[in-house]
Design a protein around this ligand. Sequence first.
Ligand code: MG
Ligand code: MG
Length: 261
Amino acid sequence: MKRAKRRVYLKSEEELQTMRRANQLVASTLRLLRDAVQPGITTAELDRIAEENIRDHGGVPSFKGYHGFPASACISVNDQVVHGIPGPRRLREGDIVSIDLGAIVDGFHGDSAITVPVGTISAEARALLYHTYRALWEGIAQAVVGNRVGDISHAIQRYAEAQGYSVVRELVGHGIGRNMHEEPQVPNFGPPGRGPALMPGMTLAIEPMVNLGRPEVEVAPDQWTVSTQDGKVSAHFEHTIAVTLDGPMVLSEWPDQEEPI
Ligand code: MG
Ligand code: MG
């Protein structure tokens, strides 16, 4: 998702604490959803769990009504990359499901995404989940003062392509704060050493979208759902991080989030 205001807002220590609360609400909701994923559940049911949990804890779903998006979670299955609209589709054994979630707490947004296996999945799909998650962390590791945005982008692309996958070009990560999408954009590709310098107090949503096949995507007639053109599966992981003098602070990290294996 793009559409950003043309300046970078640096956050104070206090604002970072608020953003941590927003992101922890997203993280705990994602954990609930991960545990709810099973063959037979509909994506609409997952969305309802998400919205209830966010509102029960004093948050507001960021996505609902955003440019007309009709739900609280973006839920994208298999060849769907991002921005899938929850509905009557029932998850089936062997699917992979990407769940992207945002919440506002005290005026600040949290934004994070996971891709989850439905029952037993193919070895190919399992490897894609694992490496997309690793690609996210390769990017996060570059989010240090002295680097530029392009160092994050390059690390993600280099890692993903080294595994034989491709990264989506049309959609990028982003700054985040009082607005869900702020400057700078954080692409998942490009040369190192380019783009805005990373500064303490910058908050970024880093979100590799990694395709098993080719990088090209297309938008469905619903105007939202983005799918791979070649019909092969895609995975998406996202964390909101803060750049600090002590290194990247992962605001949406779960205390015990395990790697997808
Ligand atoms: Mg997101
Ligand atoms: Mg995002």
